[in-house]
Ligand binder design. Structure first.
Ligand code: IVH
Length: 687
């Protein structure tokens, strides 16, 4: 082996370590990933051809070790202590600490303020990194503070931790202490991937970090997105220790160790409180979890003078924020019916203090979210409340699930009817929400229904706005739109801020609204997916309410622009007896409109025909083709079935084409489709 090859390997190691540092520590890469990969592969190849070139600090050696039987104990030469914690939310945490320090140092009020180094309290796992002659020789957990566990193999996989210190003259011994953690975006990304591949997601970043470091197989740790920040030192030999804590962190950074930029040197307790508040405000926008801030007397000489009490330094304190995540138990899953009729599942929790408040409910959003989390009644769960965001269940601790296992939670099974009004509930295809269909009748939807009913483009009841609706409903005067027409002066005049004159005006407006149009009336019913335009189309097509009430979903689909989803909404709405009752009461109460003859638009050339599109057409986009087919009255479906009349196939048509051929369905190219769409073709088709 020539000298040149050894030199090349050394140079590659140096370059790769440098780029690792730029990428993982500074988050500021100089070269594209592909270039990095090229360097890495070149070094790998060199080392494979010349194994004697491999050094323990080679970047290719981050994962190499075999799974362990158990972790070896490591005695800490300098004990790993913990810090005293102040949990109060107010600034008094800072004041108390400063007062204690001044008392211990026997300072007078007239003495100048003490200088402090402020930093973040990272929420992960404490680690001691021992560098000997500049090379990472040993990494150990804190353990009981005296003895930890040798987790070197796992720690070597953490890319931002240098395997060799960046200095030509390393100290014989330098122990660096800090926290291993998982950044939140990396945590979310990792869990997303796990879910997609059917793996087990991590419960939260802190458990994830601690659990990863305690894996016996380093290959597992290597897959976890672990990160590290240094915040102190342990044993040193032959290292010129800086005079201050902030200087010490600067020096560690110079050596290539990751040190968080979120730190400050401040004077006195006001400086501490300002740092606490600033970080508290920005806590949720930091890319990792913290559970507080740490204040340290900056001068190492003063630190030595202050010393320790019962395994805690007198010169440092952690000032905690309220926790944002806690463990609790789901006592039950219930649903709430919203103003729009959506049934939202809610986890009733054993009360827990999180995010600064006691939380006893957390939304589960919808059935999809319940399925994604696989949350069941009785489960232990992690609840998160960050900032002002509503509390959420973020994970289930599966190994704490009660035995025998509770059943999977299905909203539709538990609530086949609306828990508020008893109307039937449904989930429309493509929609996440399960809804109560009793829109006109359901007390949960009352206010919304009345407001919509009275709105300008619906029944146009002037003056009936939010405040009045609130009062009418809250006082129990009106339960359904039909009851608006039974209101008398006596009742209305009793409402707040309602003089006799305005009461008369309101009643007149209600009276006036009785004469309306069928389109307005249909729109006013607030049927899901039925806007003003659809309401007009329905009115024109059917001409009378009775014809509309008699229509089933198939008949409804004959109305131009009414597809399966809208048709289903309408059919479901009128299938609910409660809604029909209200409609009848409205008619009986005097609401009326001029009846007209049904005006059916002439059927398009392709009416009643179902098309499926596949492949790329030469001149039309799929959307264009779809629009033109629909404009001619045809329907476009997503998949080929026996009901398909035509398959329009372009270039690179795949499985749909095969299926259509199997079923003997007519296959058209673009030209043939255009032929069908031409006006002269109308009427000539054999329908
Ligand atoms: S200093 C002698 N600084 O909090 C002082 N600790 O109870 C030693 N921690 O287990 C700790 N961020 O894991 C220090 N900026 C920080 C920290 C920090 C998080 C953890 C550490 C330790 C615990 C202290």
């Amino acid at each position: 082996m020539s000298q040149g090859i050894a030199e090349r390997a050394r140079l590659l190691r140096e370059q790769i370590n440098h780029h690792n540092y730029r990428y993982y520590v500074l988050d500021n890469p100089e070269i594209p990933d592909a270039e990095y990969d090229r360097l890495y592969r070149e070094l790998e190849a060199l080392e494979a051809a010349h194994p004697q070139l491999v050094t323990p600090d080679s970047p290719t050696r981050r994962v190499g070790g075999k799974p362990l039987e158990s972790f070896a104990p490591v005695a800490h030469r300098v004990p790993m202590l913990s810090i005293h914690t102040e949990t109060d939310i107010e600034a008094s945490g800072a004041l108390n600490f400063d007062a204690r320090v001044r008392r211990e140092l026997k300072l007078k009020d007239s003495d100048p303020p003490i200088e402090y180094a402020c930093e973040l309290k990272f929420d992960g796992l404490a680690i001691n990194l021992r560098y000997e002659q500049g090379v990472l020789a040993l990494a150990a957990t804190r353990g009981d503070g005296e003895t930890g566990e040798d987790v070197t193999q796992n720690v070597r996989t953490i890319r931002c931790i240098p395997l060799r210190l960046d200095t030509p003259s390393p100290p014989p011994v330098l122990e660096v202490r800090g926290e291993v953690f998982i950044p939140r975006p990396d945590f979310e990304r990792y869990n997303e991937k796990q879910r997609e591949s059917g793996g087990t997601p991590l419960v939260n970043p802190r458990n994830g970090a601690a659990g990863s470091i305690r894996q016996l197989d380093p290959a597992i740790a290597a897959q976890r997105p672990l990160s590290f920040y240094a915040y102190g030192i342990g044993e040193t030999a032959g290292w010129e220790t800086p005079a201050s804590h902030s200087g010490l962190l600067d020096a560690l950074r110079e050596l290539g160790l990751p040190v968080s930029g979120e730190r400050a040197v401040v004077q006195g307790p006001q400086g501490l409180a300002a740092f606490h508040d600033d970080i508290g405000r920005r806590r949720d926008s930091l890319p990792f979890d913290i559970d507080g801030v740490v204040y340290k007397v900056n001068s190492l000489a003063l630190q030595a003078k202050l010393g320790f009490v019962s395994r805690e330094p007198r010169w440092a304190v952690a000032h905690k924020f309220p926790p944002e995540e806690e463990l609790t138990v789901v006592e039950a899953i219930e649903v709430q019916v919203g103003r729009t009729g959506a049934l939202t599942p809610v986890a009733r929790l054993k009360p827990v203090f999180v995010g600064g408040v006691t939380v006893s409910n957390a939304t589960l959003h919808n059935q999809d979210e319940i399925d994604r989390l696989d949350v069941r009644e009785g489960d232990s769960v992690v609840v998160r409340r960050a900032g002002d965001v509503i509390p959420e269940v973020v994970a289930v601790v599966k190994d704490r699930r009660p035995q025998p296992e509770p059943a999977r939670f299905q909203i539709l099974q538990r609530y086949p009817a609306c828990p508020v009004c008893g109307s039937h509930v449904m989930r429309q295809p493509g929609e996440a929400a399960i809804r109560c269909s009793g829109g006109l009748y359901c007390p949960a939807q009352r206010k919304q229904a009345l407001l919509h009913f009275a709105s300008r483009r619906a029944m146009d009841i002037e003056g009936l706005g939010e405040k009045l609706v609130d009062q009418l409903v809250d006082l129990g005067l009106v339960r359904t739109p039909a009851e608006l027409y039974k209101l008398g002066v006596a009742k209305v005049a009793n409402l707040e801020r309602m003089a006799e004159k305005s009461a008369a005006n309101l009643l007149a407006a209600i009276e006036k609204s009785k004469r309306t149009t069928l389109a307005r009336f249909i729109f006013a019913l607030g049927i899901r997916n039925v806007g003003e335009t659809t309401a007009k189309d329905l009115a024109r097509h059917f001409g009378s309410l009775d014809a509309l009430l008699a229509a089933d979903a198939d008949t409804l689909m004959q109305v131009p622009d009414v597809g399966p989803v809208v048709a289903e909404s309408i059919a479901q709405f009128f299938a609910e007896p409660h809604n029909r009752e209200v409609v009848e009461q409205l008619r009986a109460g005097g609401v009326s409109w001029p009846e007209t003859a049904p005006q059916r638009k002439p059927l398009g050339a392709l009416a009643g025909k179902t098309f499926v599109l596949t492949g790329t057409l030469p001149n039309m986009t799929r959307d264009e083709a779809k629009d033109r087919i629909e404009a001619a009255g045809g329907k476009v479906a997503g998949s080929v079935s026996k009901k398909t009349d035509y398959l329009v196939a372009g270039a690179e048509a795949g499985s749909k084409l095969l299926k259509a051929q199997e079923l003997g369905i007519a296959i058209l190219d673009e030209e043939a489709l255009l032929g069908l769409l031409r006006p002269e073709a109308q009427g000539k088709l054999d329908f």
